[in-house]
Design a protein around this ligand. Sequence first.
Ligand SMILES: [Zn+2]
Length: 121
Amino acid sequence: MRLSRQRRMVLDLLWSEASHMSARDIFEKLNARGRSIGHTSVYQNLEALQSAGVIECLDRANGRLYGYRSDPHSHLTCLDSGRIEDIDVKLPADLLERIETVTGYRIESYTLQLNGRRSGN
Ligand SMILES: [Zn+2]
């Protein structure tokens, strides 16, 4: 996909933050860094990047969040702060085989949604 200057700007921010952010977060961070870009442009660029499969999009109760990774990965949500971390979880082969036997599907990829709190706080 062709990267316009604005699209590049949005992508660079996502990569440098390595987090999941709303269009508003991204708009505010870019403008705080002195990049002048409108909220609508941020949103349109995010949607274009997501439909091209360059970034991920999570639909959450409080809105859409965008992340820099597009490969299959799992998410760990902090129940205190709401922060979502990307994690790589590999399920044991025998568990996947059991799921395949039960469902009759061949599993090609998976993402897990885990929720928790930091221990020791
Ligand atoms: Zn993610």
